[in-house]
Structures are given as C-alpha cells and as structure tokens.
Design a binder for this molecule. Structure first.
Ligand code: ADP
Ligand code: MG
Length: 730
C-alpha cells in the first residue's frame, strides 16, 4: 500500500474510543448552564428588567432602549462569572453557516487601567466589517456598512469564553442580509394569518407559533483518512472513488449497534448540547455506513433554527476532539445515501392546540382539516419556490438521485387522511353540518381521525413533504443548509394562503352562509384544486416523474434555473403582501444563490482537475510503466511474435490504462477551457447556468475513468484512501 495511505489507515484502525467522563449529575442539572435563560435572568436582572425582557421574548413587546444598559450589565456579570472574556454578535449571513467577530469586554478606565465593560449600546447594535459578506448587490463597497442587531427572542449563550448574542444582520438601508430577519418576519406573518383563521373556531386564540423539529444527518470519517483526501478536505465530498464491494446492501448499519468510538463522540456531543440548552433526544445510525442522525425535541422555529446552527458548529468541534471529521455535506460519497435535514414543522396556538393534530371534537376536526388543506394549497401553489428554497449545488446530488425525494415537491397524506379528504370532496355541506341549536360539523369519519391515526403507521419515505400524524415533515432540506431558508418560505406561503382563505370564507359569510358552511365550501373547492400536489406513491419511480410533469408540477432539475422561482411575479407578490421580503431583498438572495452555486462548482472543478493530473495520472502511469517494463524484460527471453501467448492480459491492461489516462487528460483540458469561458460571464445567473451546463457536466465523465483506474492499478501504489477505508474504518 502506498506509504501515506498505509500510515493513515493503520493509525485509524488503532485509534481507541476516547474515555468520556459521564457527568455525575442528571442532564436536567446542567441543561442550559451556558444559556442566559429564565433562571439566570431572574438571578442577574432586576425584577423590572426581567419582566420587560420576558415580555419581549414571549409576546414581542418592543423593548425600551433605556433597559438595554441594565440587561447588558446583567448579561456581562453572568458571562464573566462563567469565565467569559469576550462577546460577539452571532449572525447568519447568506453564505450559510454563522459569522462572529469577537471583542473583549475591556475598556480603558480613564486612569491608565482597564475595566470590564459592556453597554446596552454594544448589546443592541454593532457594525461588523461587513464588506466581505455577500449582499447580492444591495451594498456597494463604498457603503459597505451592515448592522447586526440583537434578537432578544433567542437567548444569549456562551461558547468557550465568548458570550454569543444572536443577532439579525441588515444593510445600512435596512434590507436584510441574513436568514434571521425574514424568518422572524415569516413567523409573525403566519402567526397573524393563522390566528385570524383560528378565531373562526376559538375566540381565545391570540397567537400561533410555528414549531420546528430538525433531524440532522451526518457522516463521521476518521480525521487521518479525511486529511489524506484533498477532495473531502476542500469540497466536503469525494469527487472520485470506486464503490466499495460492500456498502449499504445488507442494510446492516441502520439501527445497528453504535460503534464504541462513535458512541463516545455522541455522548460528548450530547453533553455539550445540553449545556447549551439544545434539547437533543434521539441518536441512531443511518442507512449508509458511518452515517448517523441526531434529533432534538422540537422548539419554536427561530430558536430551533439557532440551535441547529449552533449544533453544526459544536458537532465539528467535538468530532475533531475525537479524531473524527463530521461531514455535513449532502452527498459525501457516491453510491450510498446522502444526508438530509428533515424539518418537522407544525403550528400551535397559545391556547395549547396543535393545529395539525386532528381534534377530539367535531369542531376541532374541522379546524384540523382547514389547516391541512390550506397547507396543501400553499405547497401546491409554491411548489417551485419551495424547491428553490432547499436547492443548492450540494443538495442537488441528493435530490433526484435514487435515494432521496426527486426534484419535485409533492405532499403525502397516507391512506386514511386521503380517504377523508375524498369523502369531504363529494359530500354535501348540508349533510356534513347538522344544525341543531348551534351548527356543528359532523362528517362521519372525521370525528374518528384521532383513533384512526393512532394505528396509522403509514410512512412514505420517498415523499419530500409528508404528513406524519401531527406535523408535516419537509424532508428535502439539505444536511448543510440553514433551515431558515425552507422554513421562512413555508411559513410565508402558508400565511399568504390562510389570508386568501379568510377572504373567501368571509365573503361567503357575508352572502348569508353560516360560518361552518362557508368554511366547508371553500375547503371542498381547495381539495379539488390542489389534488395535483397530493401523491402517496413511490416518489423515486420514473413513472412519478412523468406523471408529475403531466400534472404541471415544477420538474426543473438545473439548480440555477430552479432559483428563477425566487423572482417570479407570484413570489414577489407573496413576500410583499406578507411583509416578509421586498423585491430588492429577493433579487439579492437570488444573486447570492447563483454566486454561491458558481463558486462551489468552480472549487470542485479545480480540485478534480488537480487531483486527476497530479495524483491519479502519475500513479496510473507508474503502474503502466511497470507493466511495460515487465514486457520489455520478457522480450529479452521470448521472441516478440510469441509474446502474445505469455502476456496478452498485460497488454490489454496497458491499453486500458492508456485509454483512461488519455480520456482523463482530454476531459480535464476541456473542462478547464469551459471554466475559462464561464469565468468571463458577468451576469451571475448566466454564469451559474454555464457552470451547471458546461463545467459540472465533466465531473462524472472524469470520475468514471478515475474510478476504473482505481480498480486496475496496484493497490499498493494508490495514494488516496479508498471508499472501503473511508466508510468502514472507525
Ligand atoms: P422520525 O420517526 O421521523 O425519525 P422522530 O421521533 O425522530 O421522528 O422525531 C422527529 C422530530 O420531529 C423530532 O425533532 C421531534 O421533536 C419532532 N416533532 C414531533 N412532534 C412535532 C410537532 N408537533 N411539530 C414539530 N416537530 C415535531
Ligand atoms: Mg423523521
């Protein structure tokens, strides 16, 4: 085996599980110890300040600026008591991930010394040097100012010795430059629209909360092996590598015993998560070898999203401590499953009702059906936009491949719920609604939903948007994505839909129908209208692709073209009417998406070209020359015309190697030319399209020949760790 590869494999095999000391206390004792949570706030803030801040957190009441100083003082006191020395505004730029710039708590004390200082002004607003964050053209460099501003609805926390303050990030002119601003606006929009609809059923509802429970999938790879794969290091995925003879065929990894080195990593990770207030609950192996999943208990959407972003930071850190690399890329390995981030989403009222849980009373059932059908309508109308919200260069490898939902958005309901909707569609309102004293909704079958669904384990893993009993599960989200992109789009789409629904119902009521009759009539109409989005069959099948196209669903697979949905008139109107994003902000986002797409493909193309030319071809040539050398020596013993009898196989191999090498050479050369042409294009959209059509299209061609060489060339010479080592050694 080539020396480097041999060395890293040997080291990886020898590595032992770290001995993670199990904390002696129960999890509840240290849960949230690094969070400025309710308990800490009570301790560090005056009762007046505490009351005002919790009122802001729970009810969105604007916080008086005068209070900022006392909150900052309390926060700083707590943070320094916990050993923090620095603070940072923690925000979510459009590049994905999070950004932070640390400042120490120190200021001059005016007497030549230093004091620890943190004012309300510094808590509330800062001006990070924002010129290097993408703005999609909103900011010119000469007015590169961007502000980060405190989001009091998500609590501050401490990582290492830094107090992290969740913030929004906006431009000098007030446009959002992040994911948090539109997410928060979408949360308000859906609360308002859903509350208005809830009032048909219960006057006491004053707020509707959107909930998110994410399931994070990831791979773990030994750090030594990872470092010997420049493609993994630089792009997050393997750009080459022949499938291992064994991968996931036996399905023996899923729910199998967790290996001890991984178990120790998971315990450590969970411990860190608890201290940071992330309520992780579930851990298990996933389908592919070395693939795992982690899921918390669901939380309010904004907090859940901050927690997911924080988790993505922590998971990398803890993995490193255990000599692993956590791969959050959607498709690190060809031929085995990719990773997603299932977003479990639901709506709940401040009276404690889950609007996606079938009610116990007939009225509750009508409310449930109302929300269910409106959500389906929203997904139907915005299926292309929802797809855009989860699309990226990296997620493209997952969607559409035969292991994840196709690049078509549809909804899954399951047999029983489908049957109920079918029934509503053909029933007569006067039958369903019996007026006895007060009008009541009584469609047979609907009253029984709770019981029915309890034994309904109907699960369809091939659907990108599936109803799962008391929530929808948006499964198309990528494992490395900021969930906010998908969640803000979904929230806004449903908010806009509920607004429309209310207008229709109100106008029927005005024309003399009872409230129940009006709701029933509109629902019936919607069920019929949104049928095309409803698909309970196998989403992986080719028939579905054909069928979906016939139904008029968005079937575009080119990511740069999928992004066009951000700028359609319907999208612009939807975001404007709900107040979530302006036209300018949408254009900026589309620009950034195109730019990010281009950059990712550009980096992959460079890495692939370099590796092909300076890792693969030299090794293959060396092996080829070894074989030639053998023939040359053989020829000193045997006449050339007799050589065939002795070395025919060797001659075939030599020929194969030469062919693969020359194919790789010419394809890499053409790819580089295509890149040069694409780089000259100014328009971000056109450039991304060129990268998609003319550059990325070489990847599989080049890889094909490299992977063939991997099978032919002497294993001892091959430098890059192979799939069987990356995926099975831990
Ligand atoms: P699965 O069977 O899909 O793996 P899990 O039991 O692992 O499901 O749960 C997935 C996620 O769904 C968890 O984060 C869980 O808290 C969340 N979840 C459960 N109920 C709801 C709900 N009503 N709204 C939002 N998320 C929910
Ligand atoms: Mg799930």
């Amino acid at each position: 085996m080539s020396t480097l590869r041999f060395k890293v494999v040997e080291e990886a095999i020898k590595r032992k599980a770290l001995d993670v000391k199990a904390p002696s206390e129960r999890s509840s004792e240290y849960f949230g110890m690094y969070v400025f949570n309710d308990e800490t706030m009570k301790k560090y803030l005056s009762s007046k300040t505490y009351k005002a801040l919790t009122d802001t957190m729970n009810n969105g009441t604007p916080l008086a600026r005068e209070l900022a100083d006392s909150i900052a003082a309390g926060m700083k006191q707590w943070a320094t008591d916990m050993g923090a020395t620095h603070y940072t505004h923690w925000f979510q730029p459009l590049t994905g991930g999070t950004a932070e710039k640390h400042d120490a708590f120190v200021e001059h004390d005016g007497r030549g010394g230093m004091i620890e200082e943190f004012s309300g002004k510094l808590l509330i607003q800062q001006e990070p040097d924002a010129s290097s964050f993408p703005s999609g053209g909103i900011r010119n460099t000469f007015e590169a100012r961007g502000y980060s501003a405190w989001d009091p609805t998500s609590p501050a926390f401490i990582v290492d010795t830094t107090l992290c303050i969740p913030t929004i990030f906006i431009s000098y002119t007030g446009e959002s430059l992040d994911y948090k601003v539109p997410l928060l606006k979408s949360i308000s929009a859906i609360s308002k629209a859903a509350t208005d609809v809830c009032k048909y059923f219960d006057e006491n509802v004053t707020k509707v909360i959107s909930y998110l429970g994410w399931e994070q999938e990831y791979f773990l790879v030994d750090e030594g092996l990872w470092a010997a794969r420049p493609d993994l290091m630089l792009t997050g995925r393997t750009l080459m590598g022949h499938e291992s003879a064994k991968n996931q065929q036996l399905e023996d990894h899923y729910f199998g015993a967790i290996p001890s080195r991984v178990m120790s990593f998971m315990k450590d990770l969970e411990y860190e998560c608890y201290k940071l207030g992330i309520p992780v609950k579930t851990r298990h192996n996933e389908v592919a070898p070395n693939q795992f999943e982690l899921a918390p208990i669901y939380e309010e959407c904004n907090l859940a999203n901050d927690h997911n972003l924080l988790l993505m930071i922590i998971i990398r850190k803890i993995a490193h401590k255990h000599c692993f690399r956590a791969l959050l890329h959607e498709k690190p390995f060809k031929g085995v499953n990719g990773s997603g981030k299932h977003n479990n989403w639901s709506l709940g009222t401040d009276t404690g009702v889950n609007l996606l849980s079938p009610g116990k009373t007939p009225a509750g059932n009508l409310q449930f059906v109302t929300f269910l059908v409106n959500i389906m309508m929203a997904v139907y109308k915005r299926n292309g936009l929802l797809k855009a919200s989860i699309s990226s260069a990296t997620n493209a490898h997952r969607l559409g491949a035969n292991e994840a939902p196709p690049a078509i958005i549809s909804t899954f309901l399951g047999q029983q719920l489908s049957a109920i909707l079918d029934k509503i569609e053909i029933s007569d309102a006067s039958e369903a609604i019996k007026v006895n004293g007060k009008s009541e909704f009584r469609l047979d079958g609907i009253a029984h939903i709770p019981e029915l669904l309890l034994d309904n384990t109907d699960r369809n893993r091939t659907s990108p948007f599936a109803f799962t009993g008391n929530r929808f599960e948006f499964r198309a989200v990528g494992s490395s994505a900021n969930c906010a992109s998908a969640m803000l789009t979904l929230n806004t789409a449903v908010a806009a839909q509920l607004k429309e629904f209310k207008v229709e119902v109100d106008s029927l009521i005005e024309s003399g129908k009872s409230k129940e009759e009006a709701i029933f009539a509109v629902i019936k109409k919607y069920i019929n209208e949104c049928k095309v989005i409803h698909f309970d069959g196998n989403g992986y099948s080719d028939e579905w692709k054909e069928e979906a196209a016939k139904r008029g669903l968005d079937c575009e697979t080119s990511v740069p073209l999928i992004f066009d949905a951000f700028l359609s008139k319907e999208t612009v109107d939807m975001f404007a009417s709900t107040g979530v994003m302006t036209d300018v902000e949408l254009h900026a986002r589309a620009e950034v998406n195109w730019e990010m797409y281009t950059k990712k493909i550009q980096i992959e193309a460079r890495v692939l070209g370099d590796l092909a030319l300076n890792h693969i071809i030299p090794v293959a040539s060396r092996y080829e020359s070894m074989l030639l050398d053998k023939l040359y020596k053989l020829n000193t013993l045997i006449a050339y015309d007799k050589m065939k009898d002795y070395a025919q196989e060797d001659m075939v191999v030599i020929e194969k190697i030469s062919k693969h090498i020359s194919e790789i050479r010419s394809n890499v050369k053409d790819m580089i030319e295509a890149r040069k042409v694409a780089n000259k294009i100014e328009d971000e959209r056109e450039k991304a399209i060129a990268y998609h059509d003319n550059v990325a299209s070489y990847f599989d061609k080049i890889r094909y020949h490299i992977d063939k060489l991997e099978l032919i060339v002497d294993d001892e010479m091959w430098v890059l760790p192979k799939y069987r080592e990356l995926l099975f050694i831990r």
